[in-house]
Design a protein. Structure first.
Length: 64
């Protein structure tokens, strides 16, 4: 889990929602907007952080 704990813009805690958002997104049945609404992520900046995040730790780790 390499998502930032807090939103870069407003400082709200978003890291606690990442695992559930990622799990429900893998299933593909639910709309990401509805999942974020149910999780209580309402600000546009926080939603941007959740939707645009890519987990790159596996890609970068061989170069450390």
């Amino acid at each position: 889990m390499m998502i930032p704990v807090r939103c870069f813009t407003c400082g709200n805690v978003i890291g606690e929602h990442w695992e559930e958002f990622q799990e429900r997104g893998r299933e593909g049945d639910e709309d990401p907007a509805e999942v974020l609404d149910e999780l209580g992520v309402t600000r546009h900046c926080c939603r941007r952080m959740m939707i645009s995040h890519r987990d790159l730790v596996d890609v970068v780790s061989p170069y450390q």
